[in-house]
Each structure stands twice: as C-alpha cells, then as structure tokens.
Design a protein around this ligand. Structure first.
Ligand code: ADP
Length: 160
C-alpha cells in the first residue's frame, strides 16, 4: 500500500501547544507528517528565523523519520507535490479562521485536484492560542506556561 504523506505547513513563529496538538492528530491520519515552515510569509516580520523555528520544532519532535521538518517557499501545492503529500493538514480554531481557510482550500484544490485539505480541531484549551498572541503576551512579560513547550517559553523569555 502507498504511504500516506500529510503536509502541515505554517509559520510556526513560534511553535505552540496548539500546533503540537494538531500534529499529533495528523499523525493518526498519515504515515508521515511533513512539518513545513513557510519562508516567504506575507504576515508580519517574524520573531524567529526559519533556522531557529526548525530548531525549536526539532527540540520537541526529535529526529523522527515520520515527521520530517522542512522549509519552503512558493506555492503550498507545489511543495506538496515535491514531498508527495496527498493531504494538507490545517488547524481550525474559531469561526474566524474559516473564511480564509475555505478560500485557500478551494484554491489549492483547483491548483492540485489530487491533494485533499483536511481540517482538524485542536483541544478546546488551545482553541484561542495563536503564535501572534503568545508573542504579544511574552513581549509584555506575561506567563505563557502551558501554551507553548517549555523550551519555546525559555527562548521567548530570552528574546524579550
Ligand atoms: P498561527 O496562526 O498561530 O501563527 P501558523 O500560521 O503557524 O499559526 O498556523 C499553521 C496552522 O496551524 C494553521 O492551519 C493554523 O490554523 C493552525 N493552528 C495554529 N494554532 C492552532 C491552534 N491553537 N489550534 C488549532 N490550529 C492551530
């Protein structure tokens, strides 16, 4: 049987427990889950470099051959083809995520009909956690314990 590869892409700036929750759910759907950091992110200036973000993910997931960690630029569907992924995994938090995600999923389907987008919901306790909010709280010296892995929390402390 063909190995099922899923692609879980994002900015992961930084990795949160919400991301890890989605990752563990995606692991149940696929033989391997490629964690991919978007290099040409149109969002705001990143806090951590792509290399730092890869390091942070590696510190947590280790060198698991079932979870390759990559970075990419360009179209998500092109990268999906490159890694032979047939699933694109996205996390859904609130309804506010839905509209943008729907547009992306339909556009990606048009560009690559063979790749299916699947949406997963993280645990309720992470449903409000975003990298952006975590950075904001950490910048203002708030406690982000429990929202991000400890190693990420320490890096945030150092950065601010
Ligand atoms: P963020 O929006 O936190 O900056 P990313 O751009 O790195 O995150 O997001 C990558 C993917 O992970 C997206 O599909 C996003 O919806 C999902 N995601 C991020 N945080 C969570 C969470 N707390 N619960 C569910 N999905 C999440």
């Amino acid at each position: 049987m063909a190995r099922r590869v899923a692609l879980y892409a994002g900015s992961f700036d930084p990795l949160t427990n919400g991301h890890l929750d989605i990752l563990s759910r995606a692991r149940r759907l696929a033989d391997s889950v490629v964690m991919a950091i978007l290099e040409n992110d149109a969002k705001e200036e990143p806090l951590f470099t792509v290399e730092e973000r890869i390091e942070m993910i590696r510190e947590i997931v280790g060198d698991d051959p079932a979870i390759p960690i990559r970075s990419f630029s360009g179209l998500l569907v092109d990268f999906a083809r490159e890694v032979e992924a047939t699933l694109i995994v996205r996390g859904l938090r609130a309804v506010s995520d839905y509209e943008y995600e729907l547009q992306m999923a339909l556009m990606n389907r048009r560009l690559a009909p063979g790749v299916e987008t699947v949406f997963l919901m993280a645990k309720e306790e992470y449903s409000y956690v975003s990298s952006r909010l975590v950075k904001e709280v950490a910048r203002l010296k708030g406690d982000v314990t429990g929202l991000v892995p400890n190693s990420v929390r320490l890096r945030l402390q150092k950065r601010f």
